[in-house]
Design a binder for this molecule. Structure first.
Ligand SMILES: NC(=O)c1ccc[n+]([C@@H]2O[C@H](COP(=O)([O-])OP(=O)(O)OC[C@H]3O[C@@H](n4cnc5c(N)ncnc54)[C@H](O)[C@@H]3O)[C@@H](O)[C@H]2O)c1
Length: 314
């Protein structure tokens, strides 16, 4: 596991729970140390909720996820190399080059990139065994994993990664080809643009926007998704709305006045105590609360049978 930040430490846990021996490294000693504490905290939440059994104590974690300072130690003899370093093209390219000289030729290289087309950055000889496996935070609770091959990726490698993710109890979605943000992040980005417009142009307040999303949009999503919901709406109405051009997307300026104002006031989100909302609470407590409610929601959804699954698709 290369990179021990927000995603790396959590992915190390997920792979450990899946029975894999993990070697976790980071170019920053501080990040690697902090990853130990973050993993222990997440482990405690999951143990408390009964999502992992009581044998998952810090000593077992220590054995399952070895934190190693040397990059070479982390990749030597690894069967799967998960890259979860900073989302910077040059950093990733330099790392892939370094891996090339150190890892076994048959090692699978899986990048967790959110938006970058990493395939042109990967040395030619590695491309057949390289792919994107993109997880969502926190990956020990959010089940979706986007799997995307590059133009040269061996389909068998995609199949192996899909099986591996399924064996961890996750939900892989294999995309036909790369597009930045895959599916969920693209839709999330479209929502972000629209929300910025509504805020910047003064249509509603942050709380009103979140109320509309929580009580209107979100309730149906876990049982219907977007396209099954369209079937319940009726496709003629969807076609009429398209034809009436009732929706014009916001201009993509790359900026939001509201966001700029908040950032100028050092309102950076939960970790700083304030963002769109005032939180004023220990971020650790808030993150644990989020995790606890996500767990309860997943359990409630499982108890009612999960999504309504259509039989066939077009
Ligand atoms: N944060 C999310 O919600 C999220 C979700 C899905 C995917 N991702 C993707 O995962 C990747 C990591 O994101 P993050 O949020 O964990 O970032 P992060 O900044 O929290 O962590 C990245 C870590 O990589 C380390 N690093 C940088 N260069 C390195 C190198 N050459 N070798 C080893 N370690 C190095 C940094 O020290 C840092 O600790 C990105 O590609 C991001 O797009 C993030």
């Amino acid at each position: 596991m290369l990179g021990a930040g927000t995603m790396g430490h959590a992915l190390a846990l997920v792979f450990a729970f899946g029975g894999h021996e993990v070697r976790l490294t980071d170019s920053s000693v501080t990040a690697l140390e902090r990853a130990g504490a973050l993993m222990e905290r997440a482990l405690a939440t999951l143990r408390e909720a009964g999502l992992v059994d009581a044998s998952w104590q810090p000593e077992r974690l220590e054995r399952a996820v070895r934190r190693v300072a040397g990059f070479a130690d982390a990749v030597a003899e690894a069967e799967i190399i998960v890259e979860a370093i900073t989302e910077q093209r040059e950093a990733k390219q330099a790392l892939y080059k370094a891996i090339d000289g150190l890892a076994a030729p048959e090692a699978v290289l899986a990048s967790n990139t959110s938006y970058l087309n990493v395939f042109p950055l990967i040395p030619a000889a590695r491309q057949a065994r390289a792919l994107i496996a993109h997880w969502y935070t926190p990956p020990y609770l959010v089940d979706l994993v986007d799997i995307v091959g590059g133009p040269k990726t061996d389909p068998a490698v995609i199949g192996t990664m899909r099986e591996l993710v399924l064996a961890m109890g996750k939900v892989p979605v294999v995309m036909r080809r790369f597009i930045p943000g895959y599916i969920a992040n693209r839709i999330q980005t479209a929502i972000t643009f629209e929300v910025n417009r509504l805020l910047d142009e003064g249509y509603a307040s942050p709380r009103e926007i979140d109320d509309a999303v929580i009580h209107g949009l979100a309730l149906r999503l876990p049982i219907l998704g977007v396209l099954a919901k369209a079937d319940f709406t009726g496709l003629p109405l969807i076609a009429d709305a398209l034809a009436n051009r009732t929706y014009e997307p916001p201009a993509v300026t790359g900026r939001s006045e509201t966001l700029d104002r908040l950032l100028a006031e050092k309102r950076e989100g939960v970790l700083t105590g304030r963002g769109y909302f005032d939180w004023n609470e220990d971020p650790g407590v808030l993150l644990a609360e989020r995790d606890r409610r996500l767990i309860a929601l997943k359990r409630a959804l499982a108890a009612i049978g999960g999504p309504i699954r259509p039989r066939n698709e077009i």
